[in-house]
Design a protein around this ligand. Structure first.
Ligand SMILES: C[S@@+](CC[C@H](N)C(=O)[O-])C[C@H]1O[C@@H](n2cnc3c(N)ncnc32)[C@H](O)[C@@H]1O
Length: 346
């Protein structure tokens, strides 16, 4: 007979396969918000879900998982359980992992494709919406730095996603021109629409361009800034462009420093923690999955030592540093899973 803990671990491994697409989908459709806030609800209250048969199947499944409770015992009237309220509130945490679903759905083909000919894509909208909301917790120290300690007229967000950082910035600071740069046109379009919807008068530009092509986006930024001072932000962009090599980032910052010699920079980034930290933390952290889907899709998350090496080689002073979710490595040194740096040129 298998030990109880082993059975539970196997169930956990399998459950995510079913529950993640459902939570991500119902979260994006706004159904979980209704289920979480209503005292009681029926399938008819979720009028935004057209497939009522699948919805009923899903409600019964959620009830069996303990996410909702069957109030009338007839499978008609439900309410979210305490666990459900907490899970539904965090539905956006499911978006980024789920946006890699094509890689997982085609895993069986990929693992047999020695020449790596199969191309899978990330679901970009789900990815940028999920990133934006998930990253909100990291923005405040950088917004505070930009508000209090930086002098500039134009803020350029490189790898702008859906514009969540620029929107957060605008809640605190007005009177600046904004630029969103991103490789994905869906991102630049979404950023533009999101900002315009809330700030019709704002001076905004977007540039659809590879961040590593600094010459290209900087030319457009300089024209838009029209002689004004520039500040630059880059949230969770570096791992997308590093190619796993600190040297790529050093060269990236060298070019930025040459073109924008006075620009302060704010950075948020995820860290590749050591294997022993990942193993000892694996029931509390999704970092093993985050590293897996980033590695699998060819992105290069660097170690803390490598990011520090980049910092030591570029002509910037570290003015603010915030470290998140630190865990001790083998030598007892605390290594963050995420960091925020605010830099000014030396
Ligand atoms: C992890 S998301 C972060 C989005 C946003 N900065 C945030 O924190 O919510 C990374 C963003 O970088 C963009 N990106 C990826 N590679 C890029 C590249 N080479 N140049 C510019 N943007 C890139 C992606 O399209 C995506 O919007």
């Amino acid at each position: 007979m298998l030990k109880r803990e082993v059975v539970e671990d196997i169930v956990v491994l399998l459950r995510g396969f079913f529950a993640t697409p459902i939570i991500s989908s119902l979260g994006r459709l706004g159904a979980l918000e209704i289920m979480r806030n209503a005292k009681n609800f029926t399938a008819d209250d979720l009028s935004l879900i057209p497939n009522k048969k699948l919805l009923q199947d899903t409600l019964r499944y959620f009830a069996r998982l303990g996410l909702i409770e069957d109030v009338d015992g007839q499978g008609r009237l439900y309410r979210a359980s305490e666990l459900g309220v907490e899970v539904f509130r965090r539905a956006n945490s499911f978006y980024v992992p789920h946006s890699y679903y094509e890689y997982m759905a085609r895993y069986h083909e990929l693992i047999q494709d020695a020449s790596s000919r199969i191309n899978c894509r990330v679901e970009r909208l789900e990815n940028v919406v999920g990133s934006g909301i998930t990253h909100l917790r990291y923005f405040p120290p950088a917004v505070s730095f930009l508000k209090r300690k930086a002098v500039f007229d134009t803020l350029v967000d490189v790898g702008c996603g859906d514009g969540q950082f620029l929107l957060t910035f605008l809640k605190e600071v007005s009177g600046k021109k904004l630029v969103g740069v991103d490789l994905s046109e869906l991102s630049t379009d979404t950023t533009y629409k999101n900002l315009r919807a809330q700030y019709p008068e704002l001076e905004i530009a977007t540039v659809c361009c590879d961040a590593l092509d600094v010459k290209n986006w900087s030319g457009k930024v300089l024209r838009f800034a029209n002689g004004g001072k520039v500040a630059i932000s880059m949230w969770f962009l570096l791992h997308e462009i590093s190619k796993n090599q600190p040297a790529v980032l050093k060269e990236f910052f060298r070019q930025i420093r040459t073109i924008f010699p006075a620009a302060p920079i704010v950075i948020g980034e995820v860290v590749r923690q050591s294997e022993d930290i990942l193993i000892s933390n694996n029931v509390r952290s999704l970092l093993p999955e985050y590293l897996f889907f980033h590695e699998m899709s060819g992105q290069g998350i660097l170690s803390w030592q490598e990011y520090r090496e980049v910092l030591n080689c570029i002509a910037y002073d570290l003015v603010v540093e915030k470290l998140f979710d630190e865990a001790p490595d083998k030598e007892g040194k605390k290594i963050p899973s995420t960091f925020v740096w605010c830099l000014t040129p030396k």
